[in-house]
Design a protein around this ligand. Sequence first.
Ligand code: AMP
Length: 294
Amino acid sequence: MTTLRTVAEVRRALGPLRPGTRIGLVPTMGALHDGHMSLLAEARRRGCEHLAISVFVNPLQFGPEDDFERYPRTLDDDVARCVEAGVSTVFTPSPAALYPPGFGSSVEVEGVTAPLEGLHRPGHFRGVTTIVAKLFNLTGPCVAVFGRKDYQQYKTLERMARDLDLPVEVVGAPIVREPDGLALSSRNRYLSATERTRALAISGGLRAAWRAFERGERSAEALLDEAYRPIAAQLDGIDYVALVDADDLTPLSGPLATADRPDGRALLAVAAHLGRTRLIDNLVLGEDPPPPGD
Ligand code: AMP
């Protein structure tokens, strides 16, 4: 496995591999956990012989109130996990290596970026699409795997690749959860033991809505209420508990099952705060299994 720090090193290492080798890319911000590992496994399953991972805490996607400075950085452990997973290339640039003085370009995707995170983290998706476009250009992957934990991010990057004819297949992999239902996240390490317990109300709320959906409930308001109540009881603040179309992310209300969507399939997405920690989670009703738990 090689660890690369600069754009020139990546070009030198990966350029000669193309077009013969199927490169799979997994972009991350590090503090790797089993969720990230599942993305590497998915790239492998899709026939990628060369697994490339980027570990980069991207300043462009953090707002002034966000946790950029204190975001966990655990590079030695991350590299050890990558060796174990059979990764070929780890790219760990410094911000200056990717954003030299005078950097002034960006990629902006409209539509799917507007609701949910777009309302609460202005500029976030521009930072994400810009860095991922750069990583695609640098590494030239056939396949790039993202987690559905960040469902809106996955849909945004899928849209970007389609709109800009980028020659890469964007794949969304299922959310990996703890046995008690908590979605794995690098930010979970911020939680105290009591906050960790209270955080279970998020997956609990998703599960309550899943159960109601299984019983045949198709009213958006009733399903939102099922999810909202446990979350509001335990979390310190809620940015949103929302039901949106699972493909274009437009807000849904009233009856979910319509002529265009007879099964009522919809994304139920949550963002909420515990102390200084912001957590997100989601579930596609009519598609995903329920989060585990009581
Ligand atoms: P991050 O390092 O948090 O930016 O995440 C890097 C990638 O890992 C993104 O595509 C995330 O959606 C994905 N990811 C993070 N947590 C999970 C999880 N629990 N299950 C599946 N994918 C995840």
